[in-house]
Design a protein around this ligand. Structure first.
Ligand code: SF4
Length: 454
């Protein structure tokens, strides 16, 4: 099934409650973003241009910046590991966990798209560990055996009644739909995990080459607890997340928070530069930074290079009419929405994910809201044409047939005469199509007759 059909079919199967949850959360975040931008930036357009050019600099100097980051991290006492792909990254993390021998295999995890990308939880569980998601949304997804459907708000597809039912099912407390009470139930459940876990795993929002600092932003405080309470902290970072200087954060931190959640600033911003030093009361004894390539260097040298500028704010998802209707699960990839429609095929190949480029109306809203001005619609068009050139598009032959018929008036006219008979065509040939579409009823005269009668 092609990705567009996949997205269409999925959205048709979604119950109206899920569609409402996704749509209302996306709309409210988009509204909050528009409201806050004039307060945060005197000239938002200029900030976007500056961020795009800073990110272009990063991509042009990625190798030097990563070497500088590595050297400063090592000097600060952070262990640096390089992972060529998901397999290597999982192997490094599992080896570190084996060495740390956490009691009962318990590991606390803060939200991280990079760990989703390498399916870390599955690998940890297979190796006998118990990773516990501590971000509230990720936690709900985990106890529900569900998958995140948004890169910033993982359970955007759920409403509070579903969350309440899930908490009750998992014996976290009595049924309640009061958000504060639900948060308290999760908090009580997770508090002992933070206390007992000896390993904390996080992602990285930015890493500063100049100082060797890891920067994490969040609203819930679970990142701080996951990275300070356990004695080992493992941070996984896509190599494109490096920034040259601390000064860059004055642009990227407000851009990220305003674009992602419509906040001037996120509640917490963490700068992790060293493991715990002698006179410090908390913090891990060991900090490990894993630099993940996983095909990013190939993307860097190809036509979709600009997608590596992405700071994972999710604004393009929130504004996308296809995402709003279908939710993230329809994309069948950890990266969904317009970002995923480019990044998934760029990272995993056109053969596997190329058709995702068709899950777009090309309205251009994604590029407009993108804080780093990634030309997503142009890249989607390029992906579509590359799929066509490589013969990967399943719609190529039907469209060729259509174009031949449409350019031969006699055949077209005969086709119109026989079109109503499509309804009596053998069912098997229409089955797939009709599963997701309703054949429209013919209404009024056809165009030719109307034209001739004028
Ligand atoms: S592509 Fe742009 S708008 Fe979309 S998540 Fe990335 S930075 Fe945000």
């Amino acid at each position: 099934m092609s990705a567009r059909t996949r997205v269409e079919s999925f959205s048709r199967r979604l119950d109206s409650g899920t569609v409402d949850s996704v749509r209302s959360a996306s709309v409210s975040k988009t509204t909050a973003r528009s409201r806050v931008l004039p307060d945060v930036f005197a000239n938002h357009e200029l900030a976007q241009q500056e961020a795009a050019s800073r990110k272009a600099y990063v991509l042009d100097h990625l190798r030097e910046l990563l070497i500088q980051l590595e050297s400063n991290c090592i000097e600060n006492g952070i262990h640096v590991h390089w992972a060529l792909d998901a397999k290597e990254a999982n192997a490094i993390i599992i080896e570190l966990c084996m060495k740390a021998k956490p009691k009962d295999g318990l590991i606390v995890k803060a939200k991280s798209m990079a760990t989703e990308e390498i399916h870390l939880n599955t690998h940890l569980e297979e190796a006998g560990f118990k990773p516990i998601e501590t971000d509230l949304g990720e936690f709900v997804a985990q106890i529900d055996h569900d998958l995140p459907s948004h890169i910033v708000t993982p359970i955007i597809h759920k409403n509070r009644r579903q969350i309440a039912a899930s908490f009750e099912r998992n014996q976290l407390g009595d049924y309640t739909e009061v958000p504060e009470e639900l948060a308290m139930q999760a908090r009580e459940h997770l508090r002992s995990k933070f206390r007992d876990a000896e390993i904390g795993i996080s992602g990285v929002n930015f890493a500063i080459a100049e100082t060797g600092a890891i920067v994490l932003v969040e609203n819930e405080g679970n990142n701080r607890l996951s990275t300070t309470s356990p004695r080992v902290h493992i941070a996984l970072m896509g190599i494109e997340k490096v920034l040259p200087e601390m000064q860059d954060l004055s642009l990227f931190l407000p851009l990220l928070s305003s674009s992602a959640t419509g906040q001037r600033f996120t509640t917490y911003t963490h700068f992790i530069r060293t493991p715990r030093r002698g006179d410090e009361r908390d913090g891990p004894d060991e900090v490990h930074l894993i630099l993940l390539d996983n095909n990013r260097t190939s993307v860097l040298n190809g036509p979709y290079r600009d997608i590596l500028k992405c700071i994972r704010c999710g604004a393009c998802l929130n504004v996308c009419p296809v995402y709003r209707q279908s939710s993230g699960h329809a994309y069948d990839h950890v990266y969904s929405g317009p970002l995923g429609a480019v990044l998934a095929p760029a990272l995993e190949g056109l053969e596997k994910m190329g058709d995702l480029s068709k899950a777009s109306t090309l309205c251009g809203a994604c590029e407009e809201v993108c804080p780093v001005k990634i030309p997503i619609p142009a890249m989607l068009l390029k992906l579509r044409s590359e799929c066509n050139e490589k013969g990967l598009s399943k719609e190529r032959i039907p469209w060729k047939g259509f174009s031949w018929i449409a350019t031969h008036p006699g055949i077209w006219k005969a086709g119109l005469t026989f079109l109503p008979m499509a309804k009596i065509a053998p069912h098997s040939s229409r089955k797939d199509w009709e599963e997701y579409h309703d054949l429209p009823k013919k209404q009024g005269k056809d165009f030719r007759r109307w034209w001739n009668d004028r």
